[in-house]
Design a protein around this ligand. Structure first.
Ligand code: ATP
Length: 314
């Protein structure tokens, strides 16, 4: 049987462009366990989606193409190694449709920043192509395809605040009060490689130079059920932070500057080099961002709030 093609003039799918917005993620808690036999580390993490977004537009086409603008343009390959195209192919294969679309990515999430921008784009591509092609998968089905594309991709389908286990792909939502937390996101010049950060952590642990691993997420989960950012600030943690600091010693000055500017706490986001700071409110976030930029300890400081939803059609 022939595969169903979106251009066969059936009512299936969208005829106009589909625009999807997808957030960046930070890890409020990133507990890195032992290295598994499959090469991944066992993770115990709390993901949190924040209001820095990439946007993917999908239009009908005769082939599959990808163009982009914004962060990483000229650096990021637009061939089949790109997570957007890998996601489109994965969905088309799963649903038995031709992977035909003209995709355009507007990127605001920095490349290799520890904010899971690539995973976000993969999640956006799944949601956009599902609508464009009328394949009508459930969010859980999309999250299933997402897990094969990368550990962070299922979370970016769901968004919000969620517990991640396994290699991070097993996601369950965290019940929290409907509170908005105010963040400052200090974006560095250049990226850090995630696999290299994990190798550096293994090396630091072997030589006894790593700090003690984080404990359970219980304290953080309890803090999320309250409204006090000071309580939450005391529970943030990232086992990869020592590795990121070893690879990029200048991040110590960034973290210090944020706290000196009045942030309640600062941590490296994921594998870095982005640092995120929790502040008491939106006005404090503005102030801290201005001071961080003035101190010259980052390329750019942006304010953000969270939690926000995952990949959604706008
Ligand atoms: P994570 O926090 O998930 O480890 P990151 O934020 O550090 O990721 P990303 O920007 O997600 O880093 O991507 C890391 C690498 O993935 C890039 O250096 C690039 O080689 C590859 N990649 C493939 N497709 C994309 C994409 N659409 N956007 C960004 N990176 C991509």
């Amino acid at each position: 049987t022939e595969a169903w093609r979106p251009e066969d003039d059936e009512p299936r799918g969208a005829s106009g462009p589909v625009r999807v917005r997808v957030p960046a993620k930070v890890n409020l808690h990133l507990g890195v366990g032992p290295l598994r036999r499959d090469g991944y580390h066992e993770l115990n993490t709390v993901y949190h989606a924040i209001s820095i977004y990439d946007e993917l537009t999908a239009r009908r086409g005769d082939t599959l193409t990808l163009t982009m603008e914004g962060e990483g343009t000229g650096e990021l390959a637009l061939d089949d190694s790109n997570l957007v195209l890998r996601a489109a192919h994965a969905l088309a294969g799963y649903a038995g449709v031709m992977p035909h679309a003209r995709l355009h990515l507007r990127k605001q999430i920095p490349l290799a920043g520890g904010l899971a921008g690539g995973s976000a784009d993969a999640a956006a591509a799944l949601v956009a192509c599902d609508a464009l092609w009328g394949t009508g998968l459930s969010r859980d089905e999309l999250a299933g395809i997402a897990a094969d594309l990368g550990s962070d991709v299922p979370f970016l389908i769901h968004g919000g605040t969620a517990l991640g286990t396994g290699r991070g792909e097993a996601v369950s939502p965290v019940l929290a009060r409907p509170t908005s937390w105010h963040w400052v996101v200090a974006i560095a010049d250049g990226g850090l490689s995630t696999p290299q950060a994990y190798r550096e952590l293994d090396r630091l642990r072997e030589t006894g130079a790593a700090g003690p691993p984080l404990g359970s997420t219980d304290g953080l989960l309890a803090a999320l059920r309250q409204r006090d950012p000071r309580v939450l600030a005391a529970t943030l943690g990232n086992d990869l932070q020592d590795a990121a600091l070893a690879m990029r010693p200048s991040l110590a000055a960034t973290l210090k500057a944020g706290e000196a500017a009045g942030a309640l706490a600062g941590i490296v986001s994921g594998s870095g080099p982005t640092c995120v700071f929790l502040t008491a409110d939106a006005a404090d976030a503005e102030r801290v961002a201005v001071e961080l930029e003035a101190a010259g300890v980052c390329r750019q400081a942006r304010i953000a709030h969270g939690p926000v939803p995952g990949a959604r059609i706008t």
